[in-house]
Design a protein around this ligand. Structure first.
Ligand SMILES: CCCCCCCCCCCC(=O)SCCNC(=O)CCNC(=O)[C@H](O)C(C)(C)COP(=O)(O)OP(=O)(O)OC[C@H]1O[C@@H](n2cnc3c(N)ncnc32)[C@H](O)[C@@H]1OP(=O)(O)O
Length: 236
């Protein structure tokens, strides 16, 4: 069975329910790493979670099929692991156009911890990858990450508002050089993480090989081909 079978709920209803599930799971993830409940309570919670998984786990889409709730033409990717409102791994970042680039704010909980009380460096790389991709989209470009490098100048504290920025520095042909930063929202001029990336639009034969089999939920061929396809950019 796929999600297209049967009398599916209207999309708005599905969006509400899926967003609610994402939010509930996001809370669960945070609580699961911060709880001091005893073993019996934790084991009972695990049983409840497995029951929830069984309830929805039989109806699955194939990896080549975009979710029904996605609209790549509007940049809506609800399960993106950074910006997806329905992906519990995502904070989620809300990325907005700002000046000649993009900006987002985030306050990260203990599920993102690396050194005690600070954000894991790999998480910063993940968020910067997405921000740089969003900056490409905002500039009318799209591509895949070919190279990404970061300088960690100071640790990012957990449970503290952060501001993330990115902008295209230059582009030529299929290549775009993009930079990004992370700072405390309370001290935005003091850069704690700095990223530089090269995004490359794959040559046509690679686009066909990577995305030729991608369909939307109704089975229509739907490879990414516009700036918004790669990002969840929202207008300012
Ligand atoms: C899409 C929707 C997604 C939707 C994704 C939604 C999230 C968006 C944000 C996250 C983005 C990702 O994570 S994307 C996923 C992670 N990235 C990947 O998996 C990409 C893996 N890499 C590749 O498939 C390939 O290397 C490509 C597509 C990047 C490039 O292959 P190609 O198309 O054959 O291009 P190629 O001729 O090799 O290179 C073109 C030019 O770029 C230069 N170049 C290429 N790689 C590098 C490099 N690492 N460092 C320096 N320069 C490089 C070449 O020298 C050349 O310069 P010149 O001679 O022309 O001067």
């Amino acid at each position: 069975m796929t999600e297209n079978d049967g009398d599916a709920a209207p999309l708005a209803e599905l969006m509400t329910a899926t967003t609610e599930l994402g939010a509930a799971l996001r809370e669960l993830i945070e609580v699961s790493v911060i709880t001091t409940a005893d073993a019996g309570e934790v084991a009972a919670a695990a049983d409840l979670v497995r029951a929830a998984t069984a309830r929805i786990g039989d109806a699955r889409r194939p990896v080549s099929q975009l979710p029904r709730l996605d609209d790549p033409s509007e940049g809506r990717r609800v399960f993106n692991p950074v910006t997806g409102i329905a992906n519990p791994m995502a904070p989620p970042l809300v990325v907005r156009a700002d000046g000649d680039g993009v900006v987002a704010e985030a306050t990260l909980g203990l599920a993102y911890e690396g050194p005690p009380s600070f954000v894991h460096g790999g998480m910063s790389a993940l968020f910067m990858d997405q921000m740089l991709g969003s900056a490409a989209g905002a500039a009318g470009l799209w591509g895949m990450t070919a190279h990404l490098e970061l300088d960690y100048r100071g640790p990012l504290p957990l449970q503290t508002p952060l501001v993330l920025r990115a902008r295209v520095e230059s582009h030529e042909g299929r290549k775009a050089h993009i930079s990004g930063t992370i700072a405390l929202a309370s001290a935005p001029e003091k850069i704690l993480v700095e990223a530089r990336g090269l995004f490359v639009m794959p040559r046509p034969e690679k686009q066909a090989a990577y995305f030729g089999a991608i369909t939307d939920a109704s089975g229509r061929h739907a490879p990414p081909r516009r700036p918004g396809d790669a990002t969840a950019l929202r207008p300012a």
